[in-house]
Design a protein around this ligand. Sequence first.
Ligand SMILES: [Zn+2]
Length: 350
Amino acid sequence: MRFLFRVRGRRVRRLGLLAVSCAPLALWGASARADDGALFETVRAADLRVASIGWKLAVSNAPLCDRLEAGTGMQLHTLDQFDAARRESARKHFGFPTPVAVEGIVAGGPAEKAGLRSDDALVRIGSIEIAGLAGRPGTTDRLVAAQQAIAALPIGEPVAVDVLRAGAPVRLTLRSVPACRSRFELELDGGFGASADGTMVQIGSGFLDDYPDDQLAAVIAHEFAHNILHHRERLEARGVAYGLLAGFGGNVKYFRQTEVQADLLSVYLLANANYPVRAPIAFWRSFGPSKAGGVLRSRSHPAWRDRVATLEAEAAKVEGISARPIIPASLAERGAPLDGDWQSILIRSR
Ligand SMILES: [Zn+2]
């Protein structure tokens, strides 16, 4: 059973690394009510960990993206997203004098440079009035609306930000930087699911407990690559439906093609963000034997050993290139229809 104490964005169908959902809820389980404050802080740290990795990937790879947004490096949250049972304790803990507040600040980003702080409550950013955004209790509507409005601000131009800090009005100036257009979200289910829906990357909280940042970045980079390559749109253009039947029938070749392409691009995304290019290999060597073999083997995804062999060959290529950013030639194909040819880009492990 799922037990979330806050709702996330609309559920997306998995275009994921895996279609495996397993681990019980370690942290966010039923016993969590004893100390909501400690739990909120644990979640804040986990959200910021995902946001910081996503930030590095999205900013350092902006030259690879054909859809950009105004990157600010602030992680937002809203009171609306807490379920009814915890909304009051969330209000006490975080304050929320306005409906949307800064949950965390990415180190070195524009928000930090502007002087924004955690728990600053947003009143206005440029022409965006936070109180004017519609939101229903129990949803992330208002959060998403705020994120989208901020993302659409003119990139690189200074905007005035009005916040309430411990009740007092503060005005700051924020200057965004170009970032690939994608949101990064932690899914608090304790599981090992990861997905990309074209505009968002979601990663299950199980990964955060079990893998170091480099390998977490590898998982996020794979999903992010799906968005950069417009895989959702290109699969839909092929008439391919997502979901549980993804691994069956004539659709398999298209899914496998997108999976191998995402693995290949992820190596470049990691290199450009200054992560080790062999992090995905380390991840699969750990994750593959325990969670991607046997009955958990997905037909829509190549075997993990073949993915490792393919990643190793690409990492070796990237290690020979010192310039950054590296812009792989394969990006030029993202405007073309998928042809289902995964065989020629996958390297077999033996
Ligand atoms: Zn994938």
